[in-house]
Design a protein around this ligand. Structure first.
Ligand code: SAM
Ligand code: SF4
Length: 491
């Protein structure tokens, strides 16, 4: 059991009989249950396809224990179907912006940890952050980023809020129009409520914190010493405090490869259910990064329990089905062939990513081990990634309208569960893809993109029940205006 920490006052009110919502014994019992009969698996899949609240962890555990290849294929197909129902065939792309590797914690798996004394430490100034945003928005063509920092007093809420203002103010001339970062999500340390209010006022998109591992004993071993990160529950209740601060768009994740992946999946499901029960709103997205080799730590090489590609695909399918309304993010930590295998179950991926501090504007090219957190698996350009997505039948979307049109919190939850959001997704994917093709695409990718857009518009016209004539007319008007150089028109 965890000892009381200085932070316990921030979550004590949420505990029930001194216990948090990760019921270790119940989750382990669910994983130990015998494999389910085929009928039960099919009933679980049918329930997931209804896209309602997160499934009970027992159902997720039942799906995890399926090994029969045919039944597994049914699980994958259902996961792809849920993705199409909720988000259509679009994949949103974004880029991480690593602003600082100053960190007071000593997470044994991370290149930014205090114990990595060989790391070159650096925090970007506002001018340097602006330069990064200018490259991302003006040269590469991103509209959405995730702003990442280590945990340090110099990069707290006021630094992040000032950085967001700087990033939002960037406007770059492009071939036919202009480029801007329209949504800044943040992956930073768990914070207290006043600090989270500062992020809210600064225009945060999604607030993302990964629990790393839901296994509290392993958590204690991986986060030694005395630092904010050593407190499992301070982290576990980060999203509760976000809701208290008025941030209703939150993202969960676990770092897979530290412990038993099956337990992490159930931890994520339990976390989603807790947020639904407490606030009526589940996580907007789920991330499932796999542990990568990092500078200054040999832990990934001797990773306690690595996750094979086969298990990785399965865990994504189980999460997709168990938290059916959530977006699912696969990251460029993975190799291109792995991403190809799972992308139809996912909604977002990063592309053209660099995770060195200042890496976009100063030295867009090589990976530099001594300045970055870990090594990436997919370093292809955004243009290459978009071309490949088009080959696979996925339209790349740069849509950021949900957040800016008030489609967040319980409003977006209702739209996602009813399948209505997928219509906005489809229309906005066409419009934002048109912008990107005109402003940034190579000849080859542009040709593929044109063909895909044609197909999408034909589908929209044919689905008269989902897209009434006035919607199609508005789409055509917006589309023509974008071709003329206007930007940021959306539904
Ligand atoms: N410092 C903040 C924190 O720890 O919450 C946020 C930034 S941290 C750079 C973002 C995430 O990177 C961590 O939550 C962790 O899951 C992930 N990470 C750390 N080391 C990694 C590694 N070796 N491979 C893959 N992901 C890693
Ligand atoms: Fe710091 Fe986050 Fe890395 Fe831990 S994972 S060392 S808190 S940057």
């Amino acid at each position: 059991m965890q000892t009381q920490s200085v932070n316990s006052g921030y979550y004590a009110g949420y505990l029930e009989q001194e216990c948090d919502f990760i019921n270790d014994a119940a989750l382990r019992a669910a994983l130990a249950a015998p494999a389910p009969a085929r009928q039960r698996v099919r009933a679980i899949l049918a329930r997931a396809l209804e896209v309602s609240e997160a499934l009970p962890p027992q159902d997720a555990a039942a799906l995890i224990s399926v090994d029969n290849p045919e039944l597994l294929e049914e699980i994958f197909e259902a996961a792809r179907a849920v993705k199409r129902k909720v988000y259509d065939n679009r994949v949103v792309t974004f880029a991480p912006l690593y602003a600082s590797n100053l960190c007071v914690n000593n997470c044994l798996y991370c290149g930014f940890r205090t114990g990595n004394t060989g790391a070159v430490r650096r925090k970007l100034s506002m001018r340097e952050i602006r330069a990064e945003a200018e490259t991302l928005a003006g040269r590469i063509g991103h509209k959405r980023i995730i702003f990442v920092t280590g945990e340090h007093p110099e990069t707290g809420a006021s630094y992040i809020a000032a950085a967001m203002q700087e990033i939002y103010s960037v406007k770059m001339k492009t071939r036919r129009g202009f480029g801007q970062i329209r949504r800044v999500n943040v992956n930073a340390a768990p914070m207290n409520v006043p600090d989270l209010k500062v992020l809210k006022a600064g225009g945060i998109g999604t607030y993302q914190v990964f629990q790393e591992t839901y296994d509290r004993e392993l958590y204690a071993r991986l986060h030694p010493g005395v630092s904010p990160k050593t407190d499992y529950r301070w982290r576990l209740y980060a999203m509760h405090r976000a809701f208290q601060a008025g941030i209703d768009d939150v993202a969960l994740g676990a770092l897979f490869g530290l412990g038993d992946w099956r337990f992490e999946v159930l931890g994520l499901v339990a976390h989603a259910r807790e947020l639904e029960a407490r606030f009526g709103i589940g996580p907007h997205t789920i991330s499932f990064p796999r542990l990568e080799a990092a500078d200054g730590t040999d832990l990934p090489a001797h990773s306690l329990e690595n996750v094979s590609d086969k298990d990785f695909k399965k865990l994504i399918a189980v999460l997709r089905l168990s938290i059916p309304y959530a977006g699912m993010i696969v990251t460029a930590r993975e190799r291109p062939e792995t991403i190809r295998e799972v992308i139809a179950m996912c909604t977002q991926r990063d592309a053209s990513s660099r995770i060195g501090i200042g890496a976009y504007s100063e030295r867009y090219g090589a990976q530099e081990a001594d300045r970055q957190q870990f090594l990436l698996g997919d370093t292809r350009s955004l243009d290459e990634v978009i071309g490949e997505l088009a080959d696979l039948g996925h339209i790349t979307s740069f849509c950021t309208s949900g957040y800016r049109c008030g489609r967040t919190g319980d409003h977006i939850m209702k739209l996602l569960k009813s399948g209505h959001e997928s219509r906005f997704c489809k229309l906005n994917a066409v419009l934002t893809f048109r912008e990107w093709l005109d402003d940034f695409a190579s000849e080859a990718t542009r040709a593929k993109g044109e063909a895909l857009i044609k197909k999408e518009i034909a589908q929209i016209r044919a689905r008269t029940k989902d897209f009434p004539p006035e919607t199609v007319k508005l789409l055509e008007t917006y589309y023509a205006r974008i071709e003329g150089g206007e930007r940021d028109l959306c539904f």
